[in-house]
Ligand binder design. Structure first.
Ligand code: SAH
Length: 341
């Protein structure tokens, strides 16, 4: 029999499982606390759980492990972890320090199959999805390593969260549950290249998270060149899904726009962007393109980025320029999975 990945179970699933073993429901709550608040990595540490039940759990379940293969600290304090999974695959996790607290960028897949031409994570395709527990452990292990709490989560590491929908959602539910780390969904951002049917599905769940859309282009034609997902869903279809999301959830959508020199940084692009976002509660995050080996693109000049932002502001679009963190250790957006495969 295949063993159960116990750290991926949500509390109600754990209750069901534990009661199938003949234990009381409150015991599930105790186990859940061990797994997700105290974040233990073995059943023997669960000292208030009876010995026979612990033995039974050991027999039928496993606790996902992660180990630090490499750790790099940037001069700005950003830390990049190369975590090794039980099967030998590696993923990257980035810890960023802000005045308002620690923020973690987690990976959702080993590799990525979305094929965006400016991003390192996708250059060699997708190997596999991560389980919910493997996404959780990135945060638990990082907190243990730094001895501090993490208060914000961005699902912007390697992979496409909506291409691993169920596990990404299970992660969000567990990490925000009061019996676990209790991180408010308000402090969680999920970033997607725009898998349209999944955006509608996500809206129905009415989570409190922030949805970030990696837009990066203002016409379907142009977006097809850098983001192949546009062959499946046009910019118009994507924006329609975003409007539906904002209406259904009442949440402001965040748009990421990577500034690529001579590709998407003209005045006309700014104008078209403002037209696309008209009437929607939104925020635009301008990201200066980070260098990726083997890519022909270069980042827009600082002057062009500032001018783009000003143009957007003049057109009543809320836009900020994202700070570049961890660039010296290739931990910035789009640089993950470059050196460590
Ligand atoms: N797959 C998800 C999340 C991972 S990427 C998504 O596409 O949103 C996180 C963000 O970094 C995305 O907005 C992505 O487009 C952006 N990004 C990718 N490569 C980049 C690069 N070289 N420079 C700057 N941002 C980049």
């Amino acid at each position: 029999m295949e063993k159960i990945d116990i750290k991926s179970l949500q509390l109600d699933q754990l209750k069901e499982y534990v009661s199938s073993l003949g234990a009381k429901a409150f015991v599930a709550g105790q186990i859940y606390t061990w797994l997700h608040e105290k974040c233990v990595d073995s059943f023997d540490e669960m000292t208030n759980i009876s010995k026979p039940l612990r033995e039974k759990l050991k027999e039928e379940c496993y606790i996902t492990t992660l180990s630090i293969r490499k750790k790099q600290v940037s001069k700005d304090g950003t830390i990049k972890y190369l975590y090794q999974l039980a099967d030998g695959n590696c993923i990257e996790t980035v810890l960023m320090r802000y005045e308002h607290g620690n923020s973690i960028c987690v990976s959702c897949q080993v590799g990525c199959r979305m094929g965006c031409t400016f991003c390192a994570s996708t250059q060699h395709g997708k190997v596999r999805d991560l389980t919910a527990s493997e996404i959780l452990q990135q945060l638990y292990h990082t907190e243990k390593d730094i001895g501090e709490r993490v208060s914000n989560i961005v699902m912007m590491g390697i992979g496409e969260p909506l291409d691993n929908f169920d596990n990404a959602i299970a992660f969000i539910r567990i990490i925000s549950s009061p019996q676990g780390k209790n991180i408010s969904q308000r402090n969680i951002s999920l970033s997607t290249c725009g898998i349209v049917p999944k955006i509608y599905e996500l809206a129905q769940l009415k989570l409190g998270i922030t949805l970030s859309i990696s837009l990066h282009a203002t016409t379907t034609e142009k977006r097809k060149v850098t983001m192949p997902i546009t062959n499946a869903y046009s910019v118009e279809e994507l924006l329609k899904a975003c409007r539906d999301y904002a209406k259904t959830t009442g949440r402001r959508i965040s748009f990421e726009y990577t500034m690529i020199k001579g590709v998407n940084d003209t005045d006309e692009d700014a104008l078209r962007l403002s037209q696309l976002l008209k009437g929607m509660i939104s925020h635009v995050n301008l990201i200066p393109l980070n260098p990726v080996d083997g890519s022909a693109y270069t980042q827009s000049d600082d002057r062009a980025i500032k001018a783009f932002q000003k143009k957007l502001t003049d057109l009543h679009v809320n836009a900020t320029i994202r700070r570049r963190l961890g660039q010296d250790i290739s931990a910035a957006c789009g640089q993950l999975r470059n050196e460590n495969r």
